[in-house]
Design a protein around this ligand. Sequence first.
Ligand code: NAD
Length: 270
Amino acid sequence: MGYNLLKGKRGIIFGALDENSIAWKTALKCHEEGATFTLTNAPIALRMGKINELAEKTNSKVIPADATSTEDLTKLFNESVEELGGKLDFVLHSIGMSPNVRKGKSYGDLNYDWFLKTLDISGVSFHKVLQTAEKNDSMNEWGSILALTYIAAQRTFPDYSDMAQAKSVLESIARSYGYRFAKLKNVRVNTISQSPTVTTAGAGVPGFDVFVDYANKMSPLGNASADDCANYIAVMFSDMTRMVNMQNLMHDGGFSASGITEALVEELSK
Ligand SMILES: NC(=O)c1ccc[n+]([C@@H]2O[C@H](COP(=O)([O-])OP(=O)(O)OC[C@H]3O[C@@H](n4cnc5c(N)ncnc54)[C@H](O)[C@@H]3O)[C@@H](O)[C@H]2O)c1
């Protein structure tokens, strides 16, 4: 049962690939909370994924866009405003991909063309989304724009490789653009730093199962699930959080503030 938190709000949700995607759960939650939105993903992901199933469930239109293409993004924002019948109140950037991680390149042997691709897809694309929203004047006053990130931007998790740099870029863009958009239109920009979550992007990181187990034991509340993340995103899109801006918001069951936990001591004492 929803709370009508997003009644009358319009938005764009990037990155729903399949039912495990954080963006997928978010779309279901936003729909339940009364929002209308368009769904988008890279053209190749649209062919491989199941987004049409989600579109049917949430009564939304799918508009293809490669998030690294400002041309695609311009089309996406303009079509979304037209389709939804007005300017937007929220945008979710839920995008991540590293060719180096995907192809098993070690951190000491990075392919630099791929490194730049990682930065473009997973970091700079957030700037492109924000700049397009600004240039096309697509946002309503007091709108909320979010991107998803991971704590590897602050601490080293070796197998996260060049994605760590991309997430640092992403979080920095949220601060810089959060200032700019607030001054221009009272629009807030934040990142949510989510627990490891079993999804296509997550499972691409080597040793991911161990990672998930470690984080779970290291978090007093346990790992935050994709559904928990969707709930948090809905609140961040609502009018209940209008003054939260330029923040990297930890959504991790307490992981980032824990030094050691009993669960981990028990495990290591075995
Ligand atoms: N799964 C985790 O453990 C975890 C933890 C913290 C943060 N995150 C972040 O959450 C976000 C969503 O990932 P997820 O875990 O739901 O996995 P996912 O694989 O379901 O989603 C990633 C999405 O990025 C899309 N994408 C890739 N290249 C694109 C491009 N050029 N243009 C547009 N879209 C593109 C993919 O098609 C996919 O839908 C990512 O930013 C990820 O880094 C994930």
